[in-house]
Design a binder for this molecule. Structure first.
Ligand SMILES: [Zn+2]
Length: 272
């Protein structure tokens, strides 16, 4: 098509690259329209755009603790009350944030493909809240509880009183938040689902993740090696950037809604 001069990475919003942006988006939309299975990996950048607070830089009571000291099984066994107080504080902070336009765009994108797998490293549940359905939460979900002994997941939002931590109805184990703690393995079913989706995807988007923490970081590489088109959207370059077929130096909340509307426009003009 004679697009040989167009770079495959671009700073969205930069005037010098504005001329290329439309061509790149056109090209990407063309590939999307021929893709049956789309897989997505999202990371901390997406949460940060919603203003999800990190536990670093916490003030007040929790200032003197490091996450590593509280988010682990030994700490929970030694002082479950303290760990639950910390998680209740974090839940409370997270309940105040909302999905951003990037989350909403991904929920919409789920309807545009025959198969769609959303893999996330985030524990804030914002993809659920935005309406996404097929979600593999690699690190769990801070709003969910499970048994610390048999791993049974409890349904519904259950508020925990740190002074009266409930016991599992099945085995009597203490109830804990359903997040992956330091020193713990990722859930095997979720992880193998993520690997399978990455292998089978025709197109793979890596969004707002620094692409350095394994095993999540190996998912985009696996997709690329299996022949998928690899798209990266991130305000900062990462170790993945040079491997990506498309790199958009942008925040997901700015870029994804534009991409979806370009895609829908194309579908409509085709149907017309
Ligand atoms: Zn149990």
């Amino acid at each position: 098509m004679g697009f040989g001069e167009v770079p495959n990475n671009i700073i969205v919003g930069n005037l010098r690259s504005a001329a290329y942006l439309d061509v790149m988006v056109d090209r990407l939309v063309e590939i999307m329209s021929h893709s049956r299975h789309c897989a997505i990996l999202t990371g901390a950048g997406m949460s940060a755009e919603s203003g999800v607070p990190t536990f670093r830089g916490a003030d007040g009571l929790w200032q003197k603790f490091k996450a590593e000291e509280l988010a682990n099984m030994d700490a929970f066994m030694a002082n479950p009350k303290l760990v639950w107080e910390w998680y209740n504080w974090r839940r409370d902070l997270m309940s105040k944030v909302e999905p951003n336009p990037g989350h909403l765009a991904l929920a919409e994108m789920e309807n545009l493909f025959e198969r769609f797998t959303l893999i996330t490293q985030n524990i804030d549940g914002l993809h659920h809240e935005a309406g996404s359905r097929e979600i593999l939460e690699l690190h769990g979900n801070i709003h969910r509880n499970k048994c610390s002994k048999c791993n049974r997941i409890l349904s519904g939002d259950i508020e925990i009183d740190p002074d009266r931590i409930p016991a599992c109805e099945t085995c009597g184990g203490r109830i804990r938040p359903d997040v992956v703690w330091f020193g713990e393995m990722l859930d095997n079913d979720i992880l193998s689902g993520a690997f399978r989706a990455s292998e089978e995807a025709d197109i793979f988007f890596s969004i707002g993740t620094s692409a350095v923490v394994h095993p999540a970081a190996s998912l985009p590489m696996m997709a690329k090696q299996s022949g998928a088109t690899l798209v990266e959207i991130n305000p900062d370059r990462t170790p993945l950037t040079d491997l990506a077929d498309f790199y958009f130096e942008a925040r997901s909340g700015e870029f994804l809604p534009e991409l979806i509307s370009a895609y829908k426009e194309r579908l409509e003009s085709r149907e017309a």
